[in-house]
Design a protein around this ligand. Sequence first.
Ligand SMILES: [Zn+2]
Length: 128
Amino acid sequence: MPYWSIYCLYCRGYIADALLECLPRAKQSSAAYRLLFQTKPGAALACPYCNGLAGFDAAGQLQAPLPGWPVFRYGEAELNVKKQADGEPPGCSLGEWALRHRFTQPGTHPPLGNYLYAEQAPPAEVVP
Ligand SMILES: [Zn+2]
């Protein structure tokens, strides 16, 4: 997995590890996923803190994504697997786990507080 890390453009939360392996497995074979992986333009990631959409420009710099780019959101199922792997019990919420282990530097929003997980989003969601 790549080790790029960003400060969200909107909430200033720090995404130290993008956890791209926790995007829906079914979408990990798409061309847009590879673009996101390589910090290239053409795909958007929904911030785990604020749901804001982040993308990259041709130089690999963070930018607001352009309309029509496919949106990637974390999968609740995939995050739960990661939570278990981090040793947290079932009673630990994803938000508690994320703050403790993965998304530990919130800006204005706690991690996964009101997050729209991939399971709840439209299957072919694009940047409006
Ligand atoms: Zn954010």
